[in-house]
Design a protein around this ligand. Structure first.
Ligand SMILES: *[C@@H]1O[C@H](CO)[C@@H](O)[C@H](O)[C@H]1NC(C)=O
Ligand SMILES: *[C@@H]1O[C@H](CO)[C@@H](O)[C@H](O)[C@H]1NC(C)=O
Length: 161
């Protein structure tokens, strides 16, 4: 399975002035970032692996834990520019529907954000068109970052590559 998700990040204006100078501002005074997240859980080189699952089976995969090291790219094609990695876990934490708890670090590798990270945590109800997660902090250019991330599924490929 391969899932491509568009992430739109909205960051509040950073409070400390050395960061305000370092990060470009959009019209609203905050920073916006857009990229594509690739979660590949099958094939010869998966970016997400199953590490635990519940003994009882449920249609929502309740109790499943996966670890990811997912590429973040500038465009929807996986071979487009790599802008960073999404590293962390997602847990099927909903007994009724496909609802994940995401806990991940977006670690950037290009431009002025190279080496900077954002901490993202929240609920990802994967069948909902737009999901929102919290940006709870960051490092480097994103130190003391606050904001939110919006995720939309761009494409889903159930084949095994
Ligand atoms: C992705 O890019 C590769 C290499 O440029 C190209 O061969 C492929 O057709 C592209 N895939 C899509 C879906 O555009
Ligand atoms: C990002 O930073 C690393 C470590 O400092 C460096 O090796 C790499 O060339 C940088 N990449 C870009 C695209 O600037």
């Amino acid at each position: 399975m391969a899932t491509v998700v568009v992430f739109l990040l909205f960051l509040l204006p950073l409070l400390s002035h050395h960061l305000t100078a370092a990060v470009s501002s959009s019209g609203s005074g905050g920073t916006r970032l857009r990229f594509f997240w690739h979660d590949i859980s099958a094939g010869p080189d998966p970016s997400a692996v199953l590490v635990a699952q519940s003994a009882t089976r449920s249609s929502s995969s309740f109790g499943t834990v996966k670890v990811m090291d997912d590429p973040l790219t500038a465009g929807p094609n996986r071979s487009s520019l790599l802008v960073g990695k999404s590293q962390g876990i997602y847990v099927s934490a909903d007994k009724e529907t496909a609802g994940l708890l995401m806990a991940m670090t977006f670690s950037f590798v290009v431009g002025k954000y190279n080496g900077s990270t954002l901490a993202v945590v929240g609920r990802n109800e994967v069948k909902t068109e737009t999901r929102e997660m919290a940006i709870t902090g960051g490092t480097g250019q994103f130190r003391q970052a606050r904001g939110h991330a919006q995720a939309r599924t761009h494409s889903f490929d159930p084949t095994t590559d």
